[in-house]
Every structure is written in structure tokens, then in C-alpha cells.
Design a protein around this ligand. Structure first.
Ligand code: ACO
Length: 402
């Protein structure tokens, strides 16, 4: 509900006033019923359900359903939804040839932006955003095809043939199958890895008006098709201050290289003349422990044990870094806690996922939230998003006479 301190800017505009709020620190861009965050208390609810409970009890597709339609599905709804998602997993065969235009050493996120945007050129039978059926089928197509495209990006980068989806597998297992199977040997999905991947998807599924979701909404507010909107969201997610942080965490751990160097890097992070920041620490909204990080950490410990990876030297650096930073005066005072990306990077590494794919996996999970927000906006009343600016340039001047 709107508290007394919420200013409705439409009233202000009538009086010719607008707010200047760089970084949108205190500006709400929309009303939404999808996700609630209390950053001071470390609370995250999707449609009212705490993230911890969803991570413990739901699977990713159930979470997608909840975000899209507002309630958890009953058994029949769940079966129907899963069937629809698992039967849209193929991509048009011509998309295979589309890949050949990219260098094999391209960053996977660059190809993701391009191929997801290009889906509009292949699925233009569902681009009428005013048609409820089109909106529905596009939402399902996006959730279904993202893992297929992501796995294709990986296979292309290592020069292996694409693996076709297997619709008899669950969502996370199918993704792992497309990533790691090859025609020469049988690949059996490890259920521990599949469960961990599903958890990662759930924990990334939505986070209200973060930079990429706001980008999806802003793009969608022009009437752009949803494939273009999600492509814009992927581009925004790529940055190291947002989804790119999970990849940046691993690069940082590699740069630290040895436990004996941790203190020096912590000192660098505190030095205002040094642009270096501890990647995976801090959050715009959470000034308390990120609840997703708590779940991810518990899960990471479990999975590391299961996969026998507890002796990885980079993981040891990560654990020690976390301990030192959590006790450091600077980080304590500024309320800089490890965020979800700190632990997801560690977990993904333990699972053998290449670092360059980390942000792609974030994008797979966040697709549910992006589409739910796009759908919520298009289903309701919305206007084109058009922020104002505070002009600080030259006043009017005359073009010099020749
Ligand atoms: N290391 C060192 N100092 C930091 C860090 C960090 N990781 N994060 C914030 N600070 C300091 C800033 O220097 C600033 O100090 P000051 O007040 O003395 O100037 C203060 O803490 C506040 O930081 P801001 O940048 O103003 O906070 P903002 O809300 O704009 O940024 C952000 C949040 C981008 C996440 C930031 O904490 C950061 O860069 N973290 C590292 C990148 C990262 O992990 N991103 C993932 C975010 S989570 C996600 O996308 C799922």
C-alpha cells in the first residue's frame, strides 16, 4: 500500500515540478504485485512467498508459474504448464546457421543478446502484444528456448555439435544435458548438479526493479516485441555491477591467486583512489544479508561436499575472503555483505560450468521475472517510459558568423 511518504509524481508534474534522482535511489517507476523486498530486514517475497520457502519446496517451473500467474499451480495446472514449456524447447533450424556468423571466441552474452533479439525474426506469428494468446505463447517460448540457446552458445564456443533438447527431462536436467552431452559418449545428468542448477534458477528468478528488469519494462513500454525486450534485459544484465558480477567474482579470485594476498585486495577495495571493488559484495537494496545469498551459501556447502570439490584453492580463497570482509570495519559499517553472485560463482565453478557462462545462467533464471514484469505491464495500464533530465549544458548561443 502507498504510505504517506509516497509522492505521486503525476500530481507534481501538473505543477511543473519533477524530481532529480540519479541512479533512481528513491524513485518507483511502476506499481507491481510480483516481488516484495525489505532490504533492511533481508526479506524477499515472490507473490508473498519467502524465497527461502520457495527454494526449499518449489522447483523452477513452479516458480515461473507463480511469477507469471500470481499463485502456485495446482497439480493439473503444473502438468499443463510443464508440458507447454518442455514442448517449445526446440529452436528453428535456421537459427543453427545464424550462429556461424559469430566468432567462436565471442563472449556468450554477446551471442545471447543477438540470438534472443533475433527470435522476433523467427517467431513473428506471436508478436501482436495486444493479443492475449500471442503474449502467452511468447512468454512460454522464451522460458523454453533460453536454455536451448544458452547451451548452443556454449557448444559453439567449444566447437562441438549442438545437442537437441530432451523433453522427457526436467528443465534443469535438460539444460545440463544440452550443455554437456555429445554424440560420442553417453552423458548421464548428475541429480545433485541438476538440483543445484534448479536452485540457482529459482534464486535468480526475480528481484523487482533491478537494472535489467527496469530495462525490459522501459523497452516494453514503447510497444516493442517481447523478444526485443528480453534481449535488452540480457544486455543490461551483462554489466559487472549487475549480473556480470558472478563472472567478475571468479576473475577476482584468480587475480588474488593466494590466500596470503587477500588482505592487500581488501585494502585496495577500501581505497577511494583505487577503482577496485570486492566483486560479489554490496547491494543497492540489501543493507543486510541478501536472503538469496544465505540459501545459496548453504547449498554451495552441500554441493561442494557432494561433488568432492572442497579442496579447490579458489574456493578456499573465497571462503577466507568472505570471513575477513565480514569482520572488517569498513565492510561492516557500510553494510556490505556478500550478495547472491558471490556464492553462485563459487557453486557454478564447482559444477564445472565455464566462467564465461555464469552470467548466461543468471539470464536463464531471470527470464521468468523479466517476462512476468513485461506481462504485468502490458496486461495493465502503462505509458511509455520517458525520464526527464536536469540540463547542465550551455545556455543558448549563436552560431558564429562566417
Ligand atoms: N567493495 C568496496 N566498496 C564498496 C563495494 C564493494 N563491493 N560496494 C560498495 N562499496 C562502497 C562504495 O565505494 C561506497 O562508498 P562511499 O559511501 O564511501 O562512497 C558505498 O559502499 C556505497 O556504494 P555505492 O556504489 O554508492 O552503492 P550502490 O547501491 O550504487 O551500488 C553495487 C551497489 C553496484 C552492487 C555495489 O555494491 C558494487 O559495485 N558491488 C560489486 C559488484 C557486485 O557484486 N554486483 C552484484 C550486485 S547483486 C546482483 O546484481 C544480483
Amino acid at each position: 500500500t502507498k504510505g504517506p511518504d509516497v509522492v505521486d509524481v503525476r500530481g507534481l508534474l501538473k505543477h511543473g515540478v519533477f524530481t532529480y534522482d540519479p541512479g533512481f535511489m528513491s524513485t518507483a517507476s511502476c506499481e507491481s504485485q510480483i516481488t516484495f523486498i525489505d532490504g533492511n530486514k533481508g526479506i524477499l517475497l515472490h507473490r508473498g512467498y519467502p524465497i527461502e520457502e520457495l527454494a526449499d519446496n518449489a522447483d523452477y517451473l513452479e516458480t515461473c508459474y507463480l511469477l507469471l500467474y500470481g499463485d502456485l499451480p495446482n497439480a493439473e495446472q503444473k502438468a499443463k504448464f510443464n508440458h507447454s514449456i518442455m514442448h517449445h524447447t526446440m529452436v528453428h533450424q535456421q537459427i543453427h546457421t545464424f550462429f556461424n556468423g559469430f566468432r567462436r571466441d565471442s563472449h556468450p552474452m554477446a551471442i545471447m543478446v543477438a540470438v534472443v533479439g533475433a527470435l522476433a525474426a523467427f517467431y513473428h506469428d506471436s508478436l501482436d502484444i495486444n493479443d492475449q494468446n500471442h503474449r502467452e505463447i511468447t512468454a512460454h517460448r522464451l522460458i523454453s528456448k533460453m536454455p536451448t540457446i544458452a547451451a548452443m552458445v556454449y557448444k559453439y564456443s567449444i566447437g562441438q555439435p549442438f545437442a537437441y533438447p530432451r523433453n522427457d527431462l526436467d528443465y534443469a536436467s535438460n539444460f545440463l544435458h544440452m550443455m554437456f552431452s555429445n554424440p560420442c559418449e553417453e552423458y548421464k545428468v548428475n541429480p545433485v548438479m541438476a538440483a543445484a542448477m534448479d536452485k540457482i534458477f529459482i534464486l535468480h528468478a526475480d528481484h523487482e526493479q533491478n537494472a535489467s528488469t527496469s530495462t525490459v519494462r522501459l523497452t516494453g513500454s514503447t510497444g516493442a516485441n517481447p523478444f526485443a525486450c528480453i534481449s535488452a534485459g540480457i544486455a543490461a544484465l551483462w554489466g559487472p555491477a549487475h549480473g556480470g558480477a558472478n563472472e567478475a567474482v571468479l576473475s577476482m579470485l584468480e587475480e588474488i591467486g593466494d590466500e596470503s594476498n587477500i588482505e592487500a585486495f581488501i585494502e585496495r577495495a577500501k581505497d577511494k583512489n583505487d577503482p577496485f571493488r570486492l566483486m560479489g559484495f554490496g547491494h543497492r537494496v540489501y543493507k543486510n544479508y541478501d536472503p538469496r545469498a544465505k540459501v545459496m551459501k548453504a547449498h554451495a556447502d552441500e554441493v561442494l561436499k557432494e561433488l568432492g570439490q572442497v579442496n579447490d584453492p579458489l574456493l578456499k580463497i573465497a571462503m577466507k575472503l568472505e570471513k575477513i570482509a565480514l569482520e572488517d570495519e569498513y565492510f561492516v559499517q557500510k553494510k556490505l555483505y556478500p550478495n547472491v553472485d558471490f556464492y553462485s560463482g563459487i557453486l557454478l565453478r564447482a559444477m564445472g560450468i565455464p566462467t564465461s557462462m555464469f552470467t548466461v545462467i543468471f539470464a536463464l533464471g531471470r527470464t521468468a521475472g523479466w517476462i512476468a514484469h513485461w506481462k504485468e505491464m502490458i496486461d495493465g495500464d502503462y505509458r511509455i517510459g520517458r525520464p526527464r533530465q536536469l540540463y547542465t549544458g550551455a545556455t543558448e548561443r549563436q552560431y558564429p558568423k562566417k
